[in-house]
Design a protein around this ligand. Structure first.
Ligand code: HEM
Ligand code: HEM
Length: 219
């Protein structure tokens, strides 16, 4: 178990972070290059004001018409995203590891705060999951892979929580936590989770297309 931990926190972590960040950069650059080549009309009309306005409104809670029209989903979606991003970044355990390795780290929330954020993240993800199962118009568009990605996104939260509270065997749980987290990082650039970066491009494109070309706002 110790060797597995050493491997996952050493070479495993390097590979996972490199594939995640490198993969996102390669994928975004390739799509950007393709678009410069194919979408000449779009680029003639590119207006950053409309692009930024669209991104800005979609980053606000219930900031778009489609999110406002389904407030339960809209709120669960927003809360889930705040927790999924803020918890691992401002978690004391993670920042201690960053500091030990590189002598740099982000500020950390109190452990009781990240604990609450973790539970809220899992609950909001369950709301998203049940929505996918219960609403026929969403279910019909959901593949097994979509369910897998939603569940994979919360597995590091569930196992991190269990490890922190020492529920179940501690060491295997911690190893499982790091393993799920690294699988998640590796899958991000090759799946629709690539939206962590691509969201900004697609929102900008839709904002320009609807705004500066057709004169209609997207929120
Ligand atoms: C910059 C950060 C991010 C932005 C702007 C963003 C934005 C979005 C948007 C616009 C959607 C589509 C919602 C819809 O169905 O209408 C979405 C869905 C989703 N996002 Fe993100 N996201 C971000 C980061 C993340 C991260 C870090 C994860 C997890 C690792 C994640 C996991 C998901 C999942 C699982 C869904 C599907 C939810 C469902 O099944 O209904 N996102 N995100
Ligand atoms: C790949 C590198 C990662 C390593 C080495 C790592 C390591 C750790 C460690 C050592 C803990 C503390 C367990 C304890 O207190 O004994 C922890 C907790 C946690 N981690 Fe990670 N982690 C990683 C990635 C992630 C990712 C990518 C996420 C989320 C997407 C995540 C979410 C969490 C959460 C939510 C907790 C527990 C919060 C709580 O209830 O206190 N971790 N992690």
């Amino acid at each position: 178990m110790n060797e597995l931990y050493e491997f996952l926190t050493g070479p495993g972590a390097w590979v996972a972070f490199t594939v995640c960040i490198g993969g996102l950069i390669v994928r975004a650059s390739a799509l950007f290059g393709l678009s410069r080549e194919r979408d000449k009309v779009f680029w003639n009309h590119a207006d950053w004001k409309w692009a930024l306005r669209s991104i800005y409104h979609w980053l606000l809670p219930l900031g778009s018409v489609s999110l406002r029209s389904q407030p339960v989903f809209g709120i669960a979606f927003y809360v889930f995203h705040v927790c999924v991003l803020a918890t691992p970044l401002f978690l004391l355990a993670h920042n201690t590891l960053w500091y030990e390795a590189f002598r740099v780290s982000l500020p950390s929330f109190a452990e009781s705060t990240t604990d609450v954020l973790t539970v809220v993240c899992i609950i909001s993800a369950l709301v998203l999951l049940f929505r996918r199962i219960l609403r026929p118009e969403v279910r019909i568009m959901t593949s097994a892979w979509d369910y897998f990605l939603l569940i994979l996104s919360i597995l590091p939260f569930a196992t991190g929580f269990l490890a922190y509270h020492q529920i179940g065997p501690y060491e295997p749980m911690l190893v499982l936590h790091i393993l799920f987290a690294e699988v998640l990082l590796v899958v991000i650039p090759f799946s629709k989770l690539g939206h962590v970066l691509l969201f900004f491009f697609s929102r900008a494109a839709i904002g320009v297309e609807m705004g500066s070309r057709r004169g209609a706002r997207t929120w």
